[in-house]
Design a protein. Structure first.
Length: 721
């Protein structure tokens, strides 16, 4: 496959059906350590191979900018110019795995038709072989990685080439794909201060203490991935600066070493001989840290640790515990076939001689590679309550204080190498910080939702001769609260208004529409009884912002509108009075609003607008009109503003649609086109019961909760026939 398309590296993943995880089976052209954070990839992970399997298509990433925009987690770890294609390996409805291949950054932004066809054909051939193996009952196992031939292997006249290199005064080294020295001329040995025999077979950053810095290993990695020449300068103690020029190919690198000129440096970039974390460990932490930055709530943290951390470290189970009232409580868990197994950790006293409690009390992680090692320290009856065979107990320490314990379980005995222990220990700190932020966010969110729920009314009144339906969807950017509101108020024709509890609760907290029905059930179908003099007022509005301030101001505006309605003010006057109130509050927030008096006996509505979107009216014959009515400016702008009142016909069977701009606004969407789409839905579904119609009008917003940048409120009114 790589030869057919001119790629320089690639890998094959096999799908583990029981875990919904892609596991790397073989890699070619690059050391596997380069892809260490993605050795095991959950199908839900935002990486190209997982996307290719989920969407059953070729995923193409054309370069650095494209990678940073679409896959920022990968771009943080691999900030090099290269292109990548990922494809599923599948036949019919069976997915066997995935493949990715990479090209240098000089590749064109898009794959050619020939490359596309060659990639698809190669994946089809591989899928056919895997299908035959499955039918024959032959298991498919990971294979040894193919790193290409050594830099000097198979070279014609190798002896003559070595003699020529020996005569060159500059240092020459050859590195294989894995970074091991396969050749060094005498000048290189002299400049590096080591005999050639000590250099051969080792990696320079391991053999030479003064090159033992992730910065230098990163240059080699960047050259191999980008297939572009790379250079850097390093200090050979005590004062000799050397310039290294790396020239990569698919078979390895050629390195030119020469004394640096005019560096102007007198201090080493790093202390010679000092131990540093390996680059593989650093890339692991960068990947996991990038993932955890996306977590907002506690549930997000648990999900991200389960989806990203567990596959990366190879654990099968996860439990997150937090201290509460002197005991450990299970905050979340994943991977247990029987959820009750995780509950064995719940309620353990903080002072108990248990590894979960001891890790939290001491702040020291514990690693048990086998059941026997765990039971050698803790009694067997309490040491292994979850049936695993190896464990990592990680204390979660944030801001110098313990916030919980993270337990990773393995189904087989597991050896924790020093580097893996360092990664897991650092991971505990990252999870702790994310968890502390998430718990604070959840606490603020509960407070905010409690405030909004208290300010919004909880039901719509039942009014004779009128069918009503409403929906509210919070925006998903911010705290899932905002300033959108609506209300329905019973009034009397002689000016004696009686406010009635109105509007729905603000949703279920998960971004779904909250259906709202009259307290005594929907209005009866068929001709309504004519209640002489029964009238109503309806209002819908949008206070600027998506935070506690916006929600609080929304409550004040709604209360003001009710008060002005109660004293018998007309729509235009209600808007003007509310405008003056908002200006007087001096809160630097604006609001849009549409307010109407619904006169059911006369089949009309008197409406005033303050910078609010135009309502929609569906006539009894099914035609839909955008009510292009005059209005005034937003509330809170001009103390002298005037809000004209317009009459709207409301014949029995017609439907008046009041909404906030969240219903039609979305990034990259034309407002007129979005409004036309809503009008089309209204025209096609307008004869349905209003509850069903409300669902149809808002279904696009409810189906894509992660795309809602704004709140959405909807109020439908229909006089009975």
């Amino acid at each position: 496959m790589m030869d057919d398309v001119g790629a320089h590296a690639g890998a094959v993943y096999l799908l583990s059906p029981e875990d919904a995880v892609l596991e790397m089976a073989v890699m070619a052209g690059l050391p596997r350590a380069f892809a260490a954070p993605w050795e095991r990839v959950a199908l839900t992970s935002p990486v190209p191979v997982a996307d290719a399997v989920r969407e059953r298509r070729l995923v193409w990433v054309g370069g650095e900018e494209d990678m940073a925009r679409r896959y920022p987690r990968i771009a943080v770890v691999l900030p090099y110019p290269f292109a990548v294609a990922a494809l599923p390996v599948a036949r019919a409805d069976t997915v066997y795995g995935a493949v990715f291949v990479t090209w240098p950054g000089s590749h064109s932004p898009e794959p050619s038709d020939a490359e596309h066809a060659a990639l698809l054909a190669a994946c089809d051939r591989l899928a056919l072989r895997l299908e035959r193996a499955a039918k024959a009952g032959r298991p498919v196992h990971p294979e040894a990685d193919f790193l290409g031939p050594s830099a000097m292997a198979g070279t014609t006249g190798a002896a003559e080439a070595a003699q020529m290199a020996a005569r060159i005064p500059d240092g020459l080294c050859a590195l294989d794909v894995d970074g091991r020295v396969t050749y060094a001329n005498p000048a290189a040995a002299e400049l590096l201060g080591r005999p050639a025999r000590e250099l051969l077979g080792g990696k320079p950053w391991n053999t030479l203490p003064w090159l033992n810095d992730p910065v230098y290993e990163d240059r080699y990695r960047g050259a191999m991935i980008s297939q572009h020449p790379v250079s850097f300068t390093a200090l050979r103690p005590p004062q000799d600066w050397l310039t290294f020029r790396l020239y990569p190919s698919r078979s390895g690198l050629s390195v030119l070493i020469s004394p640096a000129r005019g560096t102007g440096r007198d201090k080493p970039a790093a202390e010679a001989g000092r131990h540093r974390a390996g680059l593989v460990a650093i890339t692991h932490l960068l990947t996991l840290a990038s993932a955890l930055t996306e977590a907002v709530s506690v549930t997000d943290v648990i999900d991200l640790v389960a989806d990203e951390v567990m596959p990366a470290v190879g654990s099968r189970t996860l439990v997150v515990l937090v201290p509460e009232a002197g005991r450990l409580r299970v905050l979340g868990h994943r991977g247990y076939p029987d959820p009750s197994l995780a509950e064995h950790y719940d309620g353990i006293p903080l002072s108990a001689p248990r590894p979960s409690a001891q890790a939290l009390a001491t702040g020291v992680p514990s690693f048990f590679e086998t059941r026997e090692k765990l039971e050698a320290i803790y009694p067997a009856r309490v040491a292994t309550p979850d049936g695993m065979a190896a464990w990592a107990f990680l204390p979660l320490i944030a801001s110098g204080r313990p916030v919980g314990t993270c337990i990773l379980g393995y189904t087989e005995p597991h050896r924790f190498a020093d580097e893996e222990r360092a990664v897991l220990t650092s991971l505990g700190g990252l999870v702790a910080q994310a968890l502390e932020r998430a718990r604070l966010y959840d606490a603020k969110n509960r407070l905010a939702h409690g405030l909004q729920s208290a300010l919004l009314p909880h039901s719509l009144p039942r009014l004779p001769g009128l069918e009503v339906a409403a929906r509210y969807l919070p925006g998903t950017q911010g705290m899932d609260i905002g300033g959108d509101f609506y209300d329905l108020i019973r009034t009397a024709p002689d000016g004696e208004q009686t406010p009635v509890a109105a509007a729905p609760s603000p949703g279920d907290g998960r971004g779904r529409a909250a259906p709202t029905r009259p307290q005594a059930g929907p209005a009866p179908a068929g001709p309504a009884r004519r209640a002489t003099g029964v009238q109503a007022a309806a209002v819908i509005g949008d206070v600027q912002g998506h935070n506690v301030t916006a929600a609080g101001l929304m409550g004040q505006v709604r209360t003001a509108v009710r008060a002005y309605t109660a004293v018998g003010q007309q729509p235009g006057t209600v808007m003007a009075s509310t405008n003056l109130l908002l200006i007087g509050l001096d809160v630097d927030l604006l609001a849009s609003c549409a307010y109407l008096h619904l006169d059911l006996p006369r089949h009309r509505a008197l409406l005033a607008r303050a910078g609010h979107p135009q309502p929609l009216l569906r006539a009894p014959d099914g035609t839909v009109h955008v009510l292009d009515l005059p209005g005034g400016p937003l509330l809170g702008v001009d103390p002298t503003a005037v809000y004209p009142t317009s009459a709207v016909p409301m014949s029995p069977g017609s439907v008046l649609v009041l909404y906030t701009d969240g219903l039609i606004e979305a990034p990259g969407v034309d407002l007129d086109a979005a409004l036309a789409q809503v009008a089309d839905r209204l025209e096609r579904n307008g004869d349905r019961p209003l509850e069903e119609l409300a669902d149809h009008l808002i279904e696009g917003k409810a189906a894509g909760p992660r795309d809602r940048g704004d709140d959405t409120a909807l109020l439908l009114l229909r006089p009975n026939r």
